[in-house]
Design a protein around this ligand. Sequence first.
Ligand code: 8YV
Length: 322
Amino acid sequence: PSQTPEILLIRQTRPDVAGRLAERFRLHRIEEAPDREALLDAVGPRIRALAVGAMCPVDATLFDRLPRLEIVASFGVGYDTIDVTEAARRGIVVTHTPDVLSDEVADLALGLLLATLRRIPQADRYLRAGRWREGSFPLTTSLRERRVGILGLGRIGRAIARRLEGFGVAIAYHGRTPQGDVPYAYHDSLLGLARAVDTLIVAAPGGPGTTGIVDAGVLAALGADGIVVNIARGSVIDEAALIAALQSGTILGAGLDVFENEPQVPQALIDLDQTVLLPHVGSGSHHTRAAMGRLLTDNLFSWFDGGGPVTPVPETPWKGRR
Ligand code: 8YV
């Protein structure tokens, strides 16, 4: 067997990532294989690392085909599509790309919040349609005097909160544990937070613990001026309940960068005038995607240099084995 570690790329198409990895490793690309099963049969037993792209499913069925797998390096901070419990059970380390995208996603969250409140895309469409000559664009709701709740005060939630401080609004949050080092009001239940605010920004990780937690009751508690912004995972919001709440006027509007079944977006959300919808672009700048790519490759280089992973997920801490 060759000494060069062999890496399987799944949904990982960035040329800079593949280029840097190819300097040191032997790469196999699953999407380029005419027959995925045949590729797994042929090279699966030699694969020591996976480099995976956005929202890539990685589970026991795949691990079964990769008996020498040591590490999964994922592109993105969220890893709800990776079975980290199973990885931990098998001694496989999973890495992600935290921190390098927090400011970018937080910037986008504020942009989406303002776009939703002040109807910036709708105003742009109004101008382009030549309607300004007919009269002024209708007045909108405002960020002024709003109380903003953040669901999930992790790295990205904190970056959002820091930006909101500059806007002079009241900030509260809900998460599993109160954070000692922030001046924002903590609510020990999501429903309690929703009752206390009129604007909810979702920044919680996806996965089984958060599926559908923004439900009909939470939405109703925001009230008729309620605005929901989601830059996290579509699964955190009960999308059918959100559509119903928007259609009935239970809440006022929603700004969404993520959806339950991407890239499918329910026609009902598209048909609504009070939604701003983005195609999962939170981290999508040249600057930040390049930084994410560097961190992914740094993890693999460090691992095969014997230095351990740079940014392992907490579920698969490195214990200095290998
Ligand atoms: C995706 C994201 O990884 O980091 C995350 O959790 O959702 C995004 O940054 C991105 O879409 C990858 O292409």
